[in-house]
Design a protein around this ligand. Structure first.
Ligand code: MG
Length: 252
């Protein structure tokens, strides 16, 4: 699908993004001690259907996955970074929980993720989460026509290194539209001014993923990805529209 979206396409992604933002907020509020992944998945599913939309991840098989994703919500706990499958395990104090959700509305998708810590949580976990949130903010600031994907990657990796955290290898953001994953790839590392040019009309899912101890990832048997050393990871993601005059967050 084309990397430059039409006004009509952006309008549909914006509508999907609005629904997604509301659902993700509800799910993150519900993520408390004693609640299971399955409970949160059901909540996300019910709210998306109620809004007249569809879960974009359910049944979706990304490159490298052995099977279609079996749930609405990607729920990845502690060392698990992304693509975790919600199960019967109940959340407990100190868990670092990544909630990643895709919504399709009128044929177009939006994608966003937040990380929450189950109270009380450690200072280090909170610092890690804040670093991915700040990196996302910095990346969105430079996601402007005339800048490059290297600028986005650099904004993210610079934030990680300043705070003493590691950018996880191989995991990236992406273009989004009719499909959850489209061109171009949005790398979480880069050199200022290097890489492809960012163009007005692009819709991008930017998603910094950091860990405390390592850059290396491993794939789990359920297709989730985890840190090789078992250290905590965090993930923040928004879908954005790069306009001529301003960049708009579509999943706020
Ligand atoms: Mg994504």
């Amino acid at each position: 699908m084309a990397e430059i979206k039409t006004k009509e396409e952006v309008e549909k992604i914006r509508a999907a993004g609005k629904i997604l933002a509301k659902v993700l907020k509800e799910v993150s509020i519900a993520a408390e001690e004693g609640v299971s992944g399955k409970d949160l998945d059901k909540l996300a599913h019910d709210l998306i259907i109620k809004a007249g939309a569809e879960p974009a991840f359910l049944g979706y098989q990304p490159g490298g996955a052995a099977r279609p994703f079996p749930a609405t919500l990607c729920l990845s706990i502690n060392d698990c970074i992304v693509h975790g499958v919600p199960g019967s395990r109940r959340l407990k104090q100190g868990d670092v929980v990544k909630l990643d959700l895709g919504v399709r509305y009128k044929g177009y998708c939006a994608d966003a993720a937040v990380t929450v810590v189950i109270d009380p949580g450690s200072d280090e976990a909170r610092k890690l989460i804040k670093a991915t949130e700040d990196a996302l903010e910095e990346a969105i600031k430079v996601a402007r026509p005339g800048n490059t994907f290297g600028d986005i990657g650099y904004a993210i990796s610079k934030t990680a290194s300043k705070r003493g955290f590691k950018v996880l290898k191989e995991l990236t953001g992406h273009g989004i539209g009719k499909n959850v994953h489209e061109e171009p790839t949005v790398f979480n590392e880069g050199e200022p001014g290097r890489g492809r040019m960012i163009k007005a009309g692009m819709v991008l899912a930017i998603e910094p993923m950091f860990a405390i101890g390592t850059r290396e990832i491993k794939q789990l048997h359920d297709d989730g990805y985890a840190t090789v050393d078992g250290s905590l990871s965090a993930h923040s993601e928004h879908t954005i529209f790069v306009g001529e005059d301003e960049t708009e967050i579509l999943t706020l």
